[in-house]
Write a protein that binds this ligand. Structure first.
Ligand SMILES: Cc1cc2nc3c(=O)[nH]c(=O)nc-3n(C[C@H](O)[C@H](O)[C@H](O)COP(=O)(O)OP(=O)(O)OC[C@H]3O[C@@H](n4cnc5c(N)ncnc54)[C@H](O)[C@@H]3O)c2cc1C
Length: 49
């Protein structure tokens, strides 16, 4: 059995969480996003419409 190792866990997949994941990834961090529903939905989706 293999196990994944991450440097950072970002909780919430809205614009703010996605931005954090992007920038942490670009900085070389191993990032996991924990989203309870759908990425880019909720306020971020309403804003994009
Ligand atoms: C109708 C509307 C119009 C808007 N128009 C503009 C605009 O013109 N310009 C502007 O700058 N801003 C606008 N905004 C504001 C902007 O959309 C928000 O400030 C921004 O999208 C918030 O992003 P967020 O990532 O913080 O939250 P969200 O996009 O709400 O994302 C939060 C995420 O967290 C997840 N989550 C919640 N609880 C948990 C949990 N316990 N575990 C895991 N995941 C969880 C949710 O499922 C969701 O995906 C508007 C907002 C609305 C509602």
């Amino acid at each position: 059995m293999t196990s994944a190792v991450f440097d950072v866990a970002v909780i919430c997949g809205g614009l703010h969480g996605l931005s954090a994941v992007l920038h942490l990834g670009r900085a070389g961090k191993r990032v996991i996003m924990l989203e309870r529903a759908w990425v880019g939905r909720h306020a971020s989706r309403a804003c994009a419409r």
